[in-house]
Design a protein around this ligand. Sequence first.
Ligand SMILES: [Cu+2]
Length: 212
Amino acid sequence: MFGLLSMVLAAQPQTAETFSQLFNLYLAFGTAAAVIVISLLVFFVIRYRARDGHDPSKYPVPGWKVALITAMITLSVLVTAEYQTIASESNITIPNDTNAIHIKVLGFQWGWSFTYPNGKTTLNNLTVPAGAVIILNITSRDVFHSFGIPMLAEKMDAIPGKVNTMWFQAPLQTGVYRDAIRCYELCGAGHALMIANLTVVSQQSWQRWISS
Ligand SMILES: [Cu+2]
């Protein structure tokens, strides 16, 4: 478990890094908002609690200045978050890389089959060379499935009659990432067992593996 975790952390590719950065940005905004709102709530509850000799109608009502400051803070937070999100778009766009390896992914009840450029096919195991750009063309043989690699923060629908494309950069750390791939669309009795390994090999081993 910890072995896998340290492998994943050591080999975070660009796309996964982008998503974790965005996640941390939104988490920071969310935490700040929660701290401010809850602190004010507690402060107001204590400050303006019902007491003998206090007339609630005598307290001042916040004016347009408070409304303006609130609007400006909200706007700048939204602009920052949106800017970061849009700036990450280039990491999601399929790269125009001539060395990219195109692999066909077929989901079925219940498993995943992978077909490599030379026609070689594997079942429930996706083997890729370390660091390479991998372009997946994902479809389904029967019902709706969803192909996901959570450690790379990636997911794509597998729909019969339609090919969806997704890409990732293979981790730099070689090894077998057990159960790294799973189905994210409830697709029948065997859905929970629709799991595959991601195997990352060195460039030399890849040449040997693909031609065997
Ligand atoms: Cu499925």
